[in-house]
Design a protein. Structure first.
Length: 127
């Protein structure tokens, strides 16, 4: 098995946007492209409240979480001060315009993270 998995072409990722990569286990990985055609990959979960980073606004080498506007560094997955916390970053390789992610990382990293549940939580009635 190859260590690198072909994901897409750089041009398939919107400039200043992202696309999601589903994994067999665990949450999706968001693959981002900035205006310099740099490509980054993070777990699609903000370290603050679990917002979907793939829906955030990309600027420079950061993404703004769509829920509470936390700024997350695309290279590290870490929140910018004064906020704290990190989301999992994944290695990216771009060769001849083709984006690859590291397969062992996709298979093993951040499998314990879960997506937040939207809306009010209700307990089941006990009878």
């Amino acid at each position: 098995m190859s260590e690198w998995k072909k994901i897409c072409l750089v041009q398939d990722i919107p400039v200043l946007g992202s696309r999601r990569v589903q994994r067999a286990k665990g949450m999706d990985v968001a693959v981002f492209r900035n205006d310099q055609d740099q490509v980054f990959a993070l777990l699609d979960r903000c370290p603050h409240k679990g917002g979907p980073l793939s829906q955030g606004i990309v600027f420079g080498t950061s993404v703004a979480c769509p829920l509470h506007n936390w700024t997350i560094g695309l290279a590290t997955g870490c929140a910018k001060e004064p906020d704290e916390g990190c989301t999992q970053a994944f290695r990216v390789q771009v060769t001849d315009g083709v984006v690859h992610l590291n397969q062992p990382e996709l298979d093993t990293l951040a499998l314990d993270q879960t997506a937040p549940i939207a809306g009010p939580a209700k307990k089941a009635a006990t009878v």
